[in-house]
Design a protein around this ligand. Structure first.
Ligand SMILES: [Zn+2]
Length: 61
């Protein structure tokens, strides 16, 4: 019987649906902030734990 490895749940308070790789070092970034911009978009801020850089993305609600 095979033991299929399951993805480790991210320990954040948010439900992350997208795994963001860091643009600088390639590590996984963690969703740290969600800010509503208007009625159609949220601004999602991700932070890299390895190099501490932040990236923000607009995401349609
Ligand atoms: Zn990084």
């Amino acid at each position: 019987m095979l033991n299929i490895p399951r993805p480790t749940p991210t320990c954040t308070r948010f439900q992350t649906t997208i795994e963001m790789p860091c643009m600088k070092c390639g590590e996984h970034m963690r969703l740290v902030l969600i800010e509503p911009q208007d009625s159609c978009f949220n601004l999602l801020t991700y932070r890299c734990g390895a190099c501490a850089s932040d990236e923000s993305f607009l995401k349609a609600i």
